[in-house]
Design a protein around this ligand. Structure first.
Ligand code: GCB
Length: 661
């Protein structure tokens, strides 16, 4: 539906034009929330599960497993959702499984959802890794490629049998190569699990049918239904999407909004901005416009203000008057949809030496993370999420980067509320460059921006991590990708993450901020702590000298086995990790007075990787263990981050000392 342009300022109209022009996706992806007009039914819990371990991995399709109950096709097991399936059993072949796995869940649908013709029922999957096909009552309803991002489908019309409808979610965790016996098939698209290498059994080296998956990224390729699966309802005429862009002038907050509606061409709207005390501070009735907030309370990052993460609520009420013909008479009823979006009012700007939030310099002192933990793998887990936020606040971290893929929306909502600033990364670590890869990469950026555009905590997009950006196609690839991202969202800066190889700079001319990963005295000159000052200094001077853009040290660190000690320090001991951190910090302290705008430790916590000679049960560069216990490095960072926060001079006195969380 084409919405009339609102009375907003020129910048806003350009943004929406750009949004419309740049956007390939047809519908919105608002986070499902309950409201007077919407119900949500979460399908977390135990699902029925079966891995297709047939040699072709295709038995499930050939035998049409989706047409019957999964238990009737063969042996099934319980599988928790959300969770990765890999670490749930004692079966190593399931842990390392490549192929299709099938999930099934029987759902009792409230009869009013079925009886009421004015209700839409939507099935939403928060994330299923890697490729999903979904059937409802044996009817295929959707497919989606890629983990880490949600997809949804309206299923009302696929529900002819009413209550008791069976939802089968069958998802393929990894791409299965059809080019059997060919080891040369390369990654056809961005974030597709890379090569499948079928190894021949000649010379008695491999058993029959043996194949492996070659991945180039450094984290375990967990698979399964990683985030909640929901059924939710909306009226047939519904609020499909909302876009907000915020600004302020003196004491007045400015909220440019655009609402898009589906299912009617005659809706009337009521848009209300409500403060934390429940007072209406601005309202409008157009599908797009500008709300002005007197005495605005801005959204501030954690440790930059005594009241960080202030959120207003934007309530959108949409009414449609529906006429129903009943025999001889005509009756009318009102269809109302209500959706409430949390809104933080803040600005983000980048100069050649600074990152500004609300026009004040912001220094990123934070971490890189992974969605990773014992047993559940990448499955969303509230106790873990809350523990991690308590640890972030304990150590005085004001930010993190979603290395190396978008994290759950539930995590971003926590960031909005606690004022933790986010660099939001698209899946795409260690990219190779091919046309198919670029096409898919653009779609994934569309999906990412569509999902996360309204989070005040998200201050920058990261389009890739450590691409092989010295290769000839890289310049065209990055120019296209970054230009596309800026058209999708002209309000946020864009970065790509490079490593310390200066030749890999083909994306640098197009980004706003340069992010550099380096591991001096670890991968380079291992054991030689004395190289860090000169090499780090040279790194910064080279990048800034050439591009005159602010720089974030987006990764640095050292693997550390907790409890291993040595003085003088040797690699893998807690003392060595401390020494690496302190050596990097002294260079940061010189350069942050010039153009270095942040430092993000690699990594917040130890995490699982594929097995290899470089990894001892995973990557151990965490300052916390995988079970979230601090190594000595966590205390070094805590001292430093609180000191950096206190230097801003914007904290109230009671913030001067680390609080307990
Ligand atoms: C990197 C990668 C990250 C790895 C890390 C390491 O540069 O971006 O994914 O885990 O180095 O520890 O090797």
């Amino acid at each position: 539906m084409a919405l009339p342009a609102g009375p907003g300022p020129l910048l806003l109209l350009l943004l929406w034009a750009a949004l419309d022009a740049g956007r390939c996706l047809e519908s919105g992806m608002l986070f499902p929330r309950e409201s007077p007009s919407r119900e949500v039914k979460e399908l977390s819990g135990l699902w029925v599960f079966r891995a297709d371990k047939s040699p072709s991995r295709n038995q499930g399709f050939e035998g049409a497993w989706y047409k019957k109950r999964l238990a009737e096709t063969g042996p099934v097991i319980d599988m928790p959702v959300p969770a990765s399936y890999n670490d749930i059993t004692q079966d190593a072949t399931l842990r390392d499984f490549i192929g299709w796995v099938w999930y099934e869940r029987e759902v009792v649908v409230p009869s009013r959802w079925v009886a009421d013709e004015g209700t839409r029922v939507v099935l939403r999957v928060g994330s299923a890794h890697y490729y999903s096909v979904v059937w409802v009552n044996g009817v295929k309803v959707t497919e989606h490629e890629g983990g880490h991002l949600p997809f949804e489908v309206e299923i009302g019309t696929f529900n002819p049998q009413g209550p008791g409808c069976a939802v089968q979610d069958h998802h393929r965790c990894q791409q299965h190569s059809e080019s059997a016996l060919s080891p040369s098939r390369s990654n056809p698209a961005h974030d597709r699990p890379h090569q499948i290498m079928r190894k021949m059994s000649f010379l008695n080296r491999y058993p029959d049918g043996f194949f492996v998956q070659n991945i180039y990224f450094d984290f375990f390729n967990y698979a399964g239904i990683h985030r909640p699966v929901l059924l939710y309802t909306t009226p047939k005429a519904y609020v499909d999407d909302i876009t907000v862009v915020t600004d302020f002038s003196d004491n007045t907050g400015l909220v440019n909004y655009k609402v898009s509606v589906q299912g009617t061409s005659s809706a009337t709207l009521k848009v209300t901005l409500i403060d934390k005390d429940g007072h209406c501070v601005a309202s409008a009735s157009e599908p797009s416009g500008l709300l002005k907030v007197v005495d605005v309370k801005l959204w501030w990052p954690y440790l930059m203000h005594e009241n960080p993460g202030y959120l207003y609520s934007l309530e959108v009420r949409q009414h449609v008057y529906i006429q129903v013909r009943l025999m001889a008479s005509v009756e009318g009823s009102t269809n109302e949809d209500v959706y409430t979006l949390p809104v933080g009012i803040r600005t983000v700007k980048v100069t050649s030496t600074q990152f500004l939030i609300n026009n004040k310099p912001f220094y990123f002192h934070g971490v890189n993370k992974h969605e990773d933990s014992d047993i559940r793998g990448k499955g969303l887990d509230w106790p873990l999420i809350v523990k991690d936020f308590n640890l972030l606040k304990w150590m005085g971290a004001n930010s993190f980067r979603t290395s190396h893929y978008p994290y759950a929306e539930e995590i971003l909502q926590m960031c909005d509320r606690h004022g933790i600033v986010v660099i939001d990364e698209c899946p795409g670590s260690q990219l190779q460059f091919e046309n198919a890869s670029l096409t898919h990469h653009l779609v994934v950026m569309d999906e990412l921006v569509r999902r996360d555009k309204n989070h005040p905590s998200v201050v920058m997009w990261s389009v890739a991590n450590e691409p092989a950006a010295e290769m000839p196609p890289a310049e065209f690839y990055f120019k296209t990708l970054i230009t596309h991202t800026k058209a999708l969202d002209p309000t946020r800066p864009v970065t790509f993450i490079t490593d310390s190889n200066y030749a890999r700079d083909k994306g640098a001319p197009y980004v706003d901020v340069i992010c550099v990963n380096s591991y001096f005295s670890w991968y380079h000159d291992p054991g030689h702590l004395e190289v860090i000052p000169i090499q780090l200094n040279t790194q910064f001077e080279n990048w800034y000298g050439k591009y005159k853009k602010p720089i974030i040290q987006s990764e640095y660190g050292a693997d550390t086995v907790p409890g291993l000690h040595s003085d003088p320090p040797v690699m893998f001991t807690e003392e060595y990790q401390n020494a690496v951190l302190q050596s990097y910090h002294s260079v940061f302290d010189q350069k942050r007075k010039q153009y270095v705008i942040g430092e993000l430790i690699w990594n917040f916590a130890d995490f699982m990787t594929a097995q290899g000679t470089f990894r001892v049960v995973g990557n151990k560069k965490g300052v916390f263990t995988r079970q979230r216990q601090p190594k000595a490095g966590a205390f070094i960072l805590k001292e430093r981050y609180w000191r950096l926060a206190n230097e801003t001079g914007r904290l109230p006195p009671w913030f001067k000392y680390p609080c307990s969380f």
